[in-house]
Design a protein around this ligand. Structure first.
Ligand code: GDP
Ligand code: IMO
Ligand code: MG
Length: 417
């Protein structure tokens, strides 16, 4: 019997999901994305060589792994091809093992315009989106007027529907935002340019996942963003426009909740956030800049600096609850090397109010390097004590620890497949 294993980010994204998915695909037959779009940036490092993926599932560097994109993912066809061509140029064979759901909503140029204009109007209340058109594409889906991958293959009807939708959005762009309209013809040409090439990769992802499961395959479900960016459970309105928590798997690729065998939460040994919104444990001092520079905390999609702060066990407890997390993977432990003291947020004062302030517990740091250490025994005693404290505070087991960006720089404490 194969296993269905889920990888979820626990905070505001960039926890190291891509690295762990890539590691686990050694024993997996398929990897599926079920939400989000190319707002994601997942970094894989294999033998020192770095690959950043946005839409393509993080199983792509293992030759025999199937990669699937479920209906919950919003798809920019040109960006999908750009990413695929980049990988192909580096010698990665993709097309024979890639399946895209016909139900994926399309991200079109007017979505990007609307995303940028909305941010503009919000001024200092801006969400700090990735500017990829993600929110407006999900809006069109929920409004039941969106175009989907399947629509690309009926050119005549596509043109009629596109004209209708663009009439509506162009009216808003022109009359509300006082900006330029998006050209219908250019949108049409750009949308249909890849249709023939895309067609052989389009297939019934729901069926394929069921068939793989029935055949005893191991499947990884690759979350994008993080639980606190979830549209319902996150720090609304400073969130993304999809459900990023484990429940999204059912709607986003058609695998019911009872078919999930293990849910792994990926958590940095500290916390980061890119974009605006609340971040109770954010550091504005030299420790914050230390984490940012040692952790190379720059967004993998937009290149923006990430805000850094202490580990937030209080928030994590709720995230464990809303995802039914089975275990944790603590990443970037090595970034804490050399700090005199390390704090963990174990609760908030005035947690109901806007001015919630973290309650910290302070622990001694360690001077030794943990970079690349691959056994628990190899870690300094204070690093082990820090991990033990996280486990106790959150009441969940740490099943993996990551000590470097490379696939192999990982302490594996539990065999998942
Ligand atoms: P994702 O979006 O969750 O896949 O994470 P990103 O790829 O956006 O950001 C994580 C960053 O941390 C990437 O640059 C990774 O190469 C890097 N990384 C992952 N794990 C570790 C680790 O254990 N130590 C260090 N130093 N870097 C890591
Ligand atoms: P991965 O998968 C970190 C953030 C944006 C912004 C908010 C809304 O790499 O962890 P959007 O463009 O989605 O409407 O932006 O969500 N955001 C991410 N932050 N990692 C991501 O993905 C993110 N995807 C979106 O910065 O605050
Ligand atoms: Mg990322």
């Amino acid at each position: 019997m194969g296993k269905n294993i889920v990888i979820i980010g626990t905070h505001w994204g960039d926890e190291g999901k891509g690295k762990i998915v890539d590691l686990l695909t050694e024993h997996a037959n398929a990897v599926v994305r079920f939400q989000g779009g190319h707002n994601a940036g997942h970094t894989l490092v294999v033998n020192g060589e770095k690959t950043i993926l946005h839409l393509i599932p993080s199983g792509i560097l293992r030759k025999n792994v199937e990669c699937l994109i479920g209906n919950g993912v919003v798809l920019s066809v040109p960006d999908f091809f750009k990413e695929m061509q980049g990988l192909e140029a580096a010698g990665v064979e993709i097309r024979g093992r890639m399946m895209v759901s016909p139900g994926c909503p399309l991200i079109l140029p007017h979505h990007i315009s609307l995303d940028l204009m909305r941010e503009n109007v919000r001024g200092n209340q801006k969400i700090g989106t990735t500017g990829r058109g993600i929110g407006p594409a999900y809006e069109d889906k929920v409004a039941r007027r969106g175009l989907r991958v399947a629509d690309l293959f009926n050119e005549k009807q596509f043109k009629i529907s596109l004209e209708e939708i663009m009439d509506y959005h162009n009216f808003v762009l022109e009359n509300y935002f006082h900006t330029n309209k998006v050209s219908l013809q250019e949108t049409l040409d750009a949308s249909l340019a890849f249709a023939d090439e895309l067609k052989p990769m389009v297939g019934d992802v729901v069926d394929r996942l069921a068939a793989l499961r029935a055949a005893g395959a191991n499947i990884l479900f690759e979350g994008a963003q993080g639980s606190m960016l979830d549209i319902d459970q996150g720090t609304y309105p400073y969130v993304t426009s999809s459900n990023t928590t484990a429940g999204a798997i059912s709607s986003g690729c058609g695998v019911g909740p009872m078919a999930l065998d293990y849910i792994l939460g990926i958590t940095k040994a500290y916390t980061t956030r890119v974009g605006s919104g609340p971040f109770p444990t954010e550091l504005f001092d030299s420790v914050g800049s230390h984490l940012a520079s040692v952790g190379k905390e720059v967004g993998a999609t937009t290149g923006r600096p990430r805000r850094c702060g202490w580990f937030d066990a209080h928030a994590l407890k709720r995230v464990i609850q809303i995802n039914s997390l089975s275990g944790l993977c603590i990443t970037k432990l090595d970034v804490l090397d050399g700090l005199d003291k390390i704090s963990i947020c174990i609760g908030y004062e005035n947690s109901e109010s806007e001015s919630a302030t973290p309650i910290y517990e302070e622990m001694p740091g360690w001077k030794e390097s943990t970079a690349g250490i691959r056994t628990l025994d190899g870690l300094p005693a204070n690093a082990r004590a820090y991990l033990d404290r996280i486990e106790a505070a959150c009441d969940v087991s740490i099943d993996f620890v990551s000590t470097g960006p490379d696939r192999e720089d990982t302490i594996v404490l539990k065999t998942l497949f």
